[in-house]
Design a binder for this molecule. Structure first.
Ligand code: NDP
Length: 475
């Protein structure tokens, strides 16, 4: 066995191992090689119904004032036929196609051609060229982190063109919302299909590809781990962050502008949604380098789940609260507004601090202070494809000692705050908290399964030390 050595990434030590059997155990820690019936059924369900669910939500706002039940009642009582609803649905327009093409092309230009300059003058911000985590094949990819810059440039141009030069109305997104949905779908399907073909015929790193014998699973969960075009155009980083998340705050601004146009004022609930979600989006870009170490980038392959999800699901369903408030302008009493703001900010604080604690711990290899003390941890090891053995640590201090995914708990508190801002008249705005609860609980289980496959008995020691997942003492 070779001697231990310090190697990149800095927090992990590795050495070569020639033991038999390690090759078999290590391949389990990426996405699944074999598909069980439950995963297959879930995937088929999502492939069939996720686009319909998205359409249903947006259509109910457009035609039924955001009521989720009225369209069903109309259909079931024969009051309306599917064709009536479909005929009232706005079609794809040249204008929407032009706006969307320009939007995506502009984000590509910002991503590929403008190296980050924010890290040169913003203290504490980590941008520019950064390394990702070790892939199952033992590769460490480099990324150009310039999302914050793209977000700032985009928003400055938005305000300048909408309010100063009057090139377009700030309600442009709302006014073209359904035609833009068709464009987003076209891109979502195109990029997922392209990623699948690329995975078969010209993968960026063949050793990091995974094939099951199931076409639908491969299409949904992706084949390639880190598909790229050229040296820098990384599909996962681009589609995860932009155009969807840069658009998130613009979409909310467009909804606020529509409220102003329709009612002559912007309600405090709309301001709350804009502010709380704006903090979440800005946090994402401020911490984009940290994001390279999250499950989306570290562990998920790039398929329809990320490709279509980032193009359609995220911009359309994460922004439902703002859309709802255009149709139902809720003005909260001061006490409720303060309560919701407090819940949102506490949720954000927990989310950020938990993520920060792990990041600090991993970056410094445990040589840091968590809540004023040296962190406690469990030493663990895992293997990559080529039989290299890596060492890592699982922290049991700070929020990570309270629960194994307290960052998700904070995220859920923030998500609940957005929904509460919309009052209790309709269930549509509450879709987000229901969805996030399912997503993050499933993600928790999925991550733990992966971590168990990766760390084996070390993971068991960790779960014995930190027995709860999301809520200490309960779950
Ligand atoms: P985490 O940031 O919690 O990362 C999980 C990984 O961290 C594990 O796979 C493991 O990776 C490592 N890890 C687990 N326990 C420990 C520990 N005790 N000490 C050190 N490292 C540990 O998960 P996500 O990437 O899913 O989430 C990141 C954030 O993004 C969360 O706050 C989440 O709420 C948010 N999020 C938001 C979504 C949205 O749609 N709004 C969707 C998904 C996430 P390793 O293999 O390196 O050990």
């Amino acid at each position: 066995m070779a001697a231990h050595q310090e190697k990149k990434p800095s927090e992990e030590r590795k050495h070569k191992s020639t033991q038999n059997g390690t090759q078999t155990s290590q391949v389990q820690w990426g996405r699944a090689w074999e598909v069980d019936w439950f995963s297959l059924a879930s995937i088929l369900f999502l492939l069939m119904f996720a686009p319909l669910i998205t359409y249903y939500f947006i259509m109910s706002c457009d035609q039924y004032q955001c009521s989720l039940t009225d369209p069903l009642v109309d259909l079931l009582t024969g009051n309306k036929h599917l064709s009536d609803i479909w005929n009232k649905t706005p079609r794809l327009t040249y204008r929407a196609a032009g706006i969307y093409t320009l939007w995506v092309a502009f984000q590509v230009v910002l991503y590929v051609f403008i190296p980050d300059f924010c890290h040169k003058f913003l203290p504490g911000y980590v941008g520019g060229i950064q390394e990702g985590a070790v892939t199952p094949a033992g590769v460490v990819n480099k990324y150009e982190i310039n999302g914050l810059q793209a977000w700032i440039i985009t928003h400055v141009l938005w305000f300048a063109n909408a309010y100063y030069f009057h090139c377009f109305s700030p309600t442009i997104i709302f006014d073209n919302w359904i035609p833009l949905l068709w464009c987003a779908n076209i891109l979502g399907y195109a990029v997922s299909t392209f990623a699948m073909i690329k995975g078969y015929f010209f993968p960026t790193n063949a050793k990091d590809c995974k094939f099951t014998s199931n076409f639908f699973y491969d299409y949904m969960m992706g084949i390639e781990f880190n598909p790229r075009i050229g040296k820098w155009f990384d599909f996962k980083l681009f589609f995860n962050g932009r155009p969807g998340i840069v658009a998130w705050t613009l979409i909310n601004l467009s909804y606020a502008a529509k409220q102003q146009e329709l009612y002559g004022q912007v309600t405090n609930s709309m301001i709350l949604v804009n502010v709380l979600q704006g903090i979440y989006v800005l946090d994402f870009f401020w911490n984009e380098a940290w994001y390279l170490k999250t499950i989306d980038i570290c562990h998920d392959h790039f398929g329809w789940y990320l490709g279509w999800g980032d193009c359609v699901w995220l911009p359309y369903l994460y922004t439902l609260q703002g859309l709802y408030l255009v149709y139902h302008p809720v003005q909260l009493c001061t006490a409720n507004a303060i309560g919701i703001l407090t819940l949102g900010l506490i949720g954000y604080y927990i989310f950020r601090m938990t993520n920060h604690q792990k990041d600090l711990f991993r970056r410094t290899n445990g040589n840091c202070k968590i809540w004023g003390k040296k962190p406690e941890y469990i030493e663990c090891s895992y293997m990559s494809v080529d039989g290299t053995k890596y060492y890592s640590k699982l922290m049991t201090s700070g929020f990570w000692g309270w629960a194994r995914h307290f960052n998700y708990t904070g995220d859920l508190m923030g998500s609940l705050a957005y929904c509460l801002a919309c009052g209790f008249e309709h269930i549509l705005p509450y879709f987000y908290i229901v969805y996030m609860t399912i997503l993050l609980t499933h993600r928790c289980i999925r991550d733990e399964h992966r971590c168990f496959s990766k760390y084996g008995k070390d993971w068991k020691r960790y779960t014995a030390a930190v027995p709860y997942r999301l809520i200490p003492g309960i779950f």
